[in-house]
Ligand binder design. Structure first.
Ligand SMILES: N[C@@H](CCC(=O)N[C@@H](CS)C(=O)NCC(=O)O)C(=O)O
Length: 300
């Protein structure tokens, strides 16, 4: 796995920017339309997992297509080996990199999921994982299933955005900063931040609220879940976030299982893909590629 330019001189992991940030929105060059846009996702990847959960929570499965990549990347990146003839049915590509290079032949960064392909202009519109779920929630509202939750209510957006930025820094990206750090100080700084964030989340749930912003499910719960569900199986050992496990936090653990009980969360959670991806593909951290047995955690 080549992080190259993303490792700073002091050993900190500084994530690359998103190359494709066009918006799917009314009145723009990429208007929302059913069947036009196709999502590429890995069940292993927390950033892609968000888009899959929200797509299903809102009932957009027939509106936005999806291709799931093989959890194991080879030296050329994500592959479509789970699709018939090992090719993405929408574009015929064998590797995700082909879509990036078709959209920008000069692209030199990592070829990442999630990303969204426009079947009309035949290019990638977005690999901006921050925006994708918000796009499903807002631009695709006319196609939401009856009774779908409002994950990004207008009157609470500022509060949700502020919370999500804190959550990203302390938890979602914090675990990566711990795992990808190449110096002891950079690692320690990140781990301390991760557990301070988990402690704060545990505290926040102390008033008996069901979800992070109260009694209604929001975008923040989706973002918290995709890191929490990977915590004990991967981040605890592989990323060396070992101070405590998720199961050691009574309220957070109950909260994570509450989310797992919702079909859109559960159906998109694949512990086999998660474990094999991190332990086999990230050979900079786990050179033998051995996938550990366990831990035995009962999510039901
Ligand atoms: N687009 C973001 C986040 C998405 C991301 O990092 N996805 C990972 C999987 S969790 C990926 O596709 N990595 C491909 C690679 O490292 O080659 C980024 O560029 O950092």
């Amino acid at each position: 796995m080549k992080l190259g330019k993303e490792i700073a001189e002091d050993g900190r992991f500084v994530r690359q920017g998103n190359r494709f940030t066009d918006r799917i929105e009314d009145g723009g060059p990429y208007p929302p339309e059913p069947g036009r846009y196709h999502l590429y996702a890995s069940l292993a990847c927390p950033w892609a997992h968000r888009s899959l959960i929200v797509r299903e929570l809102l009932g957009l499965q027939d509106v936005i297509g999806v291709t799931i990549v093989d959890p194991i990347r080879d030296e050329k990146g994500w592959r479509f080996t789970l699709s018939p003839d090992d090719r993405d049915p929408v574009t015929g590509a064998a590797y995700l990199s082909e879509l990036y290079l078709a959209s920008d032949p000069t692209y030199e960064g990592r070829y990442t999921v999630p990303c969204v392909w426009d079947t009309v202009t035949k290019r990638l519109v977005s690999n901006d994982y921050f925006q994708l779920t918000l796009t499903w929630e807002t631009a695709f509202r006319p196609w939401h299933a009856p009774g779908a939750p409002d994950l990004y209510p207008k009157q609470r957006r500022a509060e949700i955005d502020e919370f999500n930025a804190w959550l990203h820094d302390g938890l979602n990206n914090g675990v990566y900063q711990a795992g990808f750090a190449t110096s002891q100080p950079a690692y320690e700084e990140a781990v301390v931040k991760v557990f301070a964030t988990l402690d704060a989340l545990e505290e926040r749930l102390g008033d008996g609220r069901a979800y992070l912003h109260g009694d209604a499910l929001t975008e923040s719960d989706v973002r918290a879940y995709t890191t929490l569900v990977r915590f004990d199986v991967v981040y605890h050992s592989h990323f060396k976030c070992m101070l405590r496990r998720l199961v050691d936090y009574p309220r957070l653990w109950a909260y994570a299982r509450r989310l797992y009980a919702i079909p859109a969360f559960r159906n998109t959670t694949d512990f086999d893909h998660i474990k094999r991806h991190y332990y086999v593909t990230q050979t900079n951290i786990n050179p033998t590629g051995i996938v550990p047995i366990g831990p035995a955690v009962d999510w039901d």
